[in-house]
Design a protein around this ligand. Structure first.
Ligand SMILES: Cc1cc2nc3c(=O)[nH]c(=O)nc-3n(C[C@H](O)[C@H](O)[C@H](O)COP(=O)(O)OP(=O)(O)OC[C@H]3O[C@@H](n4cnc5c(N)ncnc54)[C@H](O)[C@@H]3O)c2cc1C
Ligand code: FES
Length: 247
């Protein structure tokens, strides 16, 4: 049984939803699947990465992009039809140096990841990319967990003007990292993988989910080991196995 406790705005068009859940176990990078309403429209559940999970409190950040996400942020506190956590999350490294590169709402799962890495004494260098300042959510929370924090916006309204891939190239040229984790627009993750071709990179991919449990193949990801399903083989993949240009 999952209960929606509260919904609060955290940036333009972005909301933090706090849920009470029976499930106390999850891994950063995993997602939950929400049935938007009790009617058949929309029929398909909507997947969201876990932003944070502590005991029975689980939070997600929802960016409103269409009817499903609009209905979700309009839900009143109370029971909510939500299943999960599902999927394969990020691998956790202890006592290492990690570079995390997030773009837009793709920053959401990287907060929970940062928290778990810090608990394992891994140093977090965080690059938070956004289109514009008003899209940035919960930056102070990310900052608290980060050894070094760099913010980039496409229009220069916060942090430095530019994109997170350029910032990642700069920082990698001056520092050693054991692993890179990324989540954001596919074009950003593709470019990051090309630019940092010598590094170990884990990327969380977004696909349209049909069933969300491995049955429909609607979420196919082309890899050098054949097609994989983002919902059960991912959403986190070794970025160098992904065939980014596959149709
Ligand atoms: C594993 C996973 C984790 C996700 N985590 C988050 C998260 O933490 N926070 C968050 O806000 N969103 C997340 N998403 C995306 C979220 O599921 C979609 O934005 C949502 O399902 C859209 O529903 P809608 O009915 O509002 O949009 P629709 O009306 O269905 O579509 C609106 C617009 O969004 C685009 N769109 C919708 N779904 C997707 C998708 N899966 N991939 C690419 N484009 C899409 C459509 O092309 C359209 O332009 C995640 C998706 C996946 C697969
Ligand atoms: S969404 Fe159906 S197999 Fe992944």
């Amino acid at each position: 049984m999952v209960t929606l406790i509260e919904t609060k705005p955290v940036a333009h068009n972005h909301y933090l939803l706090t849920l009470h859940t029976d499930s106390t176990q999850s891994a950063p990078g995993q997602f939950i699947n929400i049935k938007v309403n009790t009617t058949t429209d929309p029929l398909i559940r909507r997947p969201f990465s876990i932003f944070d999970h502590d005991a029975s409190t689980l939070t997600i950040v929802v960016r409103v992009v269409g009817s499903g996400t609009q209905l979700i942020v309009n839900l009143k506190p109370g029971p909510i039809d939500c299943i999960g956590p599902f999927g394969k999350g990020f691998s956790l490294v202890a006592g290492k140096k990690a570079l995390l590169v997030g773009g837009g709402v793709g920053n959401a799962p990287l907060y929970y990841l940062s928290k778990k890495l810090v608990a394992l004494h891994t140093q977090v260098t965080y690059i938070y990319g956004a289109r514009t300042a008003s899209d940035i959510f919960l930056l102070d929370s990310f900052r608290e967990l980060s050894n070094t924090m760099i913010v980039t916006t496409d229009d220069g309204s916060a942090g430095s003007k530019g994109n997170p891939v350029e910032a990642a190239k700069d920082i990698v040229a001056k520092n050693e990292f054991d692993i890179v984790y990324t989540c954001g627009p596919e074009i950003m993750m593709k470019r990051l993988t090309q630019e940092l071709s010598h590094m170990n990179i884990e990327a969380s991919l977004e696909r349209y989910f049909g069933c969300g449990i491995g049955l429909c193949s609607g979420c196919a990801v082309a890899t050098n080991q054949g097609y994989k399903r983002a919902c059960i083989d991912g959403p986190v993949f070794d970025a160098h196995t992904v065939l980014w240009d596959a149709p």
